[in-house]
Design a protein around this ligand. Structure first.
Ligand code: ZN
Length: 105
């Protein structure tokens, strides 16, 4: 990503990514605050994520009330799938954001 003020190129490291949950960054060179210019379709990702998490939660509840059609493997499978989805969406999100233009905030 690039600073919109001084055009310095910096890497969106995991550390930087993790310390900016709302993707507000400060340029290490000129201290300008900036953010990503996100296209509208970007907001589909958190929506999909929410839906998957809700489905996963519903699956766990379903398991806990003891539905006979579910085997003992269901719960760990749902937990593993949820973790995999979170990890995958973090990786996708970081790579997407890297490619976005930045604007002053
Ligand atoms: Zn700068």
């Amino acid at each position: 990503m690039k600073c919109p003020e001084c055009n310095i190129q910096m890497d969106l490291t995991w550390r930087r990514y993790a310390s900016a949950p709302f993707s507000r960054f400060r340029c290490p060179s000129c201290s300008t605050k900036f953010k990503f210019k996100r296209p509208l379709w970007y907001w589909l990702f958190p929506i999909i994520q929410c839906v998957v998490m809700l489905l996963g939660g519903a699956g766990i509840l379903y398991y806990m009330v003891g539905h006979p059609s579910l085997g003992s493997y269901t719960k760990p499978a749902i937990v593993a799938l949820s973790i995999a989805v979170i990890m995958a969406s973090l990786v996708i999100d970081r790579n997407l954001e890297k490619s976005f233009e930045t604007v002053k905030s």
